[in-house]
Write a protein that binds this ligand. Structure first.
Ligand SMILES: Nc1ncnc2c1ncn2[C@@H]1O[C@H](COP(=O)(O)OP(=O)(O)OP(=O)(O)O)[C@@H](O)[C@H]1O
Ligand SMILES: [Mg+2]
Length: 262
């Protein structure tokens, strides 16, 4: 992957977001600039409430910037787009739909014929280890399995950029580690750029090509760390001195009580 020429995919310049309410205005993001290259995996690490989900809502086109520009492949994002996929913290599956139909939800939203995406949906279910559960309903799945359905759903329309907002935060530590490995496999196999939001330093270092550190609210980028660990990353990589050092380096950003990260 690194031998291919890189190209900017997502470009954010001078982004500020101010929420207005009857109680006054609240600045969530301040003059934030960042980018994601094609096929790059970028993790965004920041303290609770700093503005991470706000940033993702902007990139997904669900919220408009107060200031600044956000562009994908050179064209400004003005609303939800078919070349972006989203995986939320909670998978929010529709309980009355089967696993397969839940994966196909974005296709219906994009007003595409579902039958054209049936094979894609099934191969994604296979990729996330749920091929035998296509006809099951969400309540028949564990939390980790539901989250995998959410990942397959985020990828079904073959987006070039996948946005993930703390997708494993609600899972237990063991499932979380397993999901991180699975996500790495999917990313290596599917050629996408990923913008991955997390509270977890270890998760960010395990997954990302680059880690952006955000300040406490209002969010702005305070560090940009390239992660040069070999791939595929596994338990052997986690045990290295290099992994420990980069985690320790990042932890220093979160030593004050108002900026805790795990
Ligand atoms: N729709 C909204 N209206 C007003 N304020 C909001 C709205 N959404 C978020 N905020 C405020 O913006 C700030 C940033 O919120 P955001 O959800 O982006 O943080 P976060 O970094 O994702 O937090 P967490 O780590 O807890 O998920 C918070 O102070 C929050 O109260
Ligand atoms: Mg959030």
């Amino acid at each position: 992957m690194t031998d291919l020429p890189t190209k900017r995919q997502l470009q954010i310049e001078g982004l500020s977001v101010v929420y207005e309410s009857p109680r006054g205005s609240l600045r969530a993001v301040d003059e934030l600039s960042m980018h994601v290259d094609e096929r790059e995996f970028v993790a965004v690490l920041g303290p609770s409430g700093c503005g991470k989900s706000t940033l993702l809502k902007i990139v997904s086109g669900l919220l408009a910037p107060s200031q600044g520009t956000v562009s994908l492949d050179g064209s400004e994002i003005t609303g939800p787009r078919s070349d972006v996929g989203i995986v939320f913290q909670q998978p929010v599956l529709l309980p009355w739909k089967t696993v397969l139909d839940n994966v196909l939800v974005p296709i219906r939203a994009l007003r595409q014929p579902e039958k054209d995406y049936m094979d894609q949906a099934m191969s994604l279910l296979k990729l996330v280890g749920l091929a035998d559960f296509a006809k099951h309903y969400p309540h028949e799945l564990s939390g980790g399995m539901q989250q995998r359905v959410g990942i397959a759903r985020g990828l079904v329309h073959n987006p070039r950029l996948l946005l993930m907002d703390e997708p494993f935060a609600a899972l237990d530590a063991m499932t979380r580690d397993q999901m991180a490995e699975e996500l790495q496999t999917i990313w290596l196999e599917t050629d996408k750029a990923v913008l991955f939001i997390t509270h977890s330093i270890q998760e960010a270092v395990f997954l990302a090509d680059r880690v952006l550190v955000l300040s406490p609210r209002p969010a702005t980028v305070i560090d940009n760390v390239k992660i040069d660990l070999p791939r595929p990353r596994n338990d052997a990589v986690i045990s290295t001195q290099a992994y420990a050092e980069v985690c320790a380096y990042l932890r220093r950003h979160f030593s004050t009580p108002e900026s805790q990260a795990a």
